[in-house]
Design a protein around this ligand. Structure first.
Ligand code: PLP
Length: 467
């Protein structure tokens, strides 16, 4: 029921003391004709009704603060609450981008220092903090690449190569930035095959603009041939774009710069202490090396221009700053090492039951396939995912990456304790047993939630969000 349906005429939540401020008639300020004739039909509820209404709604929700959330590619890790508190300090919260010169010095210094720190983490020359999300960062970085080719008179360079394992935003952003997308098939080991890449680069010839790649890739595998890949692309006159959404696996261990990338975006709302999901706000800062730095927003004459109002998502930037300052270089490295360790521990536990098509080791996430399970029992990756909900876990990402049939993409993150990983592994193995013994229960899951299995397409297109 909505608060409107729960409304009882005359019920009050709060009755204030008689005010001693003299009454001024609204009509005398606004004019009688501008006043509404009947009162607004607002819900009338007691304070207890309101508190219980919203608490009941909140209890139906699931987040990293309620439980394990191994949604691959999304890095749903626990974010320290102290960073929220710091971003909410009055000096940050109340700052206005149009305040007179001199009043925002501290905020500007924080932004400048954050740019420097991100340069170090990524091995880049300069950073813009403007972009509001990962996809927005991709668009910004690709626009810099386009501006570079424009400036150097290579306007024919229009083809961007993207591996078939890439996140869907990559081809979308490239198309949006005016490039033509060509897909590069992954090898059977899940990695970009340098020989296939060489063929694709040669086929593109003078029209090659570059390659978009995330490393580790969306299968959770480190692209071991990255140095050779960079040589192939640079040798053919192209540039390399690093999708930094998986930076959680390599912070403090290596940098996109060392791998040979020219431009990179980060998802501060994955790796750097801002909760991810619910529609934002996020931040997707973009870093560039010497070649592309002059084209970044706000970085001089060749700049592509502003991509967002003012300084970007300031609160998110404050949280990233605090996170990096708190952990330091060695702490960032430890976070990545722990993320990789947790993923490998889980992979080893689950590999016997579920198929792991890409080998024994992974970086911060891994992909399982339920194809064999489905052939044997009729239970799909979707059924296992829904079964996990009944066991108290958020499901992993399913059916992505699309190059693995019946895929489940699991990212435990560094913030989970061994007990949680153990409990999740037990749940996954119990579901594997259920699939063989009693598959019907999994087809019907979840049964412990306010609503059962939804028509996912209809739920996305026509969401009923009022009750
Ligand atoms: C999340 C993600 C993106 C897109 O980031 P948004 O902030 O959601 O726009 C791009 N690439 C990869 C690999 C991702 O995981």
């Amino acid at each position: 029921m909505t608060t409107y349906e729960k409304s009882v005429p005359g019920r009050r939540g709060f009755i204030s003391e008689q005010s001693d401020v003299p009454v001024v008639s609204l009509a005398s300020i606004m004019g009688e004709e501008n006043l509404r004739k009947t009162p607004a039909a607002l819900p009338e509820l007691a304070e207890t009704d309101v508190v219980r209404h919203y608490t009941a709604l909140a209890k139906q929700n699931f987040g990293v603060d309620t439980g394990f959330y191994p949604l691959g590619s999304c890095t749903m890790k626990y974010n320290p609450k102290i960073n929220e508190a710091l971003a909410a300090l009055p000096g940050f919260l109340g700052a206005h981008p149009l305040a007179p010169d001199g009043m925002n010095r501290g905020c500007l210094r924080l932004l400048a220092e954050l740019e420097e720190m991100l340069c170090e983490v990524c091995g880049m020359e300069a950073f813009t903090l403007q972009p509001a999300a990962g996809a927005h960062g991709e668009l910004t970085g690709l626009m810099c690449i386009a501006a570079y080719f424009e400036k150097t008179g290579q306007t024919g360079r229009k083809v961007i190569l993207i591996p078939d394992s890439a996140h869907g935003t990559n081809p979308a952003s490239a198309a949006q930035a005016g490039f033509t997308v060509r897909s590069v098939p992954s090898g059977s080991d899940g990695l970009v095959d340098p020989d296939a890449l060489r063929v694709a680069a040669e086929a593109a010839g003078e029209s090659l603009a570059g390659l978009m790649l995330t490393n580790p890739n969306t299968l959770g595998l480190f692209e071991r041939h990255i140095v050779e890949i960079a040589e192939i692309i640079h040798g053919a006159g192209g540039l390399l774009y690093y999708d930094g959404a998986n930076l959680n696996a390599v912070m403090g261990i290596t940098t996109p710069g060392a791998m040979g990338f020219d431009v990179v975006h980060l998802n501060l709302h994955k790796t750097f202490s801002t909760p991810h999901g619910g529609g934002g706000p996020g931040a997707g800062p973009v870093g560039a090396n010497k070649v592309l730095a002059p084209f970044l927003p706000g970085k001089g004459e060749d700049s592509i221009g502003r991509v967002r109002a003012y300084y970007g998502s300031f609160g998110v930037l404050v949280k990233a700053y605090c996170y990096i300052r708190t952990l330091g270089g060695s702490g960032l490295r430890e976070a990545s090492e722990t993320a990789v360790l947790n993923a490998n521990w889980l992979l080893k536990k689950l590999r016997g039951a579920y198929d792991a098509p890409h080998g024994e080791w992974c970086m911060h996430e891994f992909v399982l396939s339920c194809a064999k399970l489905k052939a044997e029992t009729g239970v799909s990756a979707m059924d296992v995912a829904k079964g996990l909900i009944d066991k108290g876990f958020h499901p992993p990402t399913v059916y992505f990456p699309t190059i693995v049939p019946e895929s489940m993409m699991i990212e435990p993150t560094e913030t989970e304790a061994p007990e949680t990983l153990e409990a999740f592994a037990s749940a996954m193995l119990a579901l594997y047993e259920d699939a063989h013994v009693n598959p019907e229960t999994l087809h019907n899951a979840p049964v412990t939630t306010p609503v059962g299995r939804l028509d996912a397409t209809a739920a996305a297109r026509n969401p009923v969000i009022k009750r």
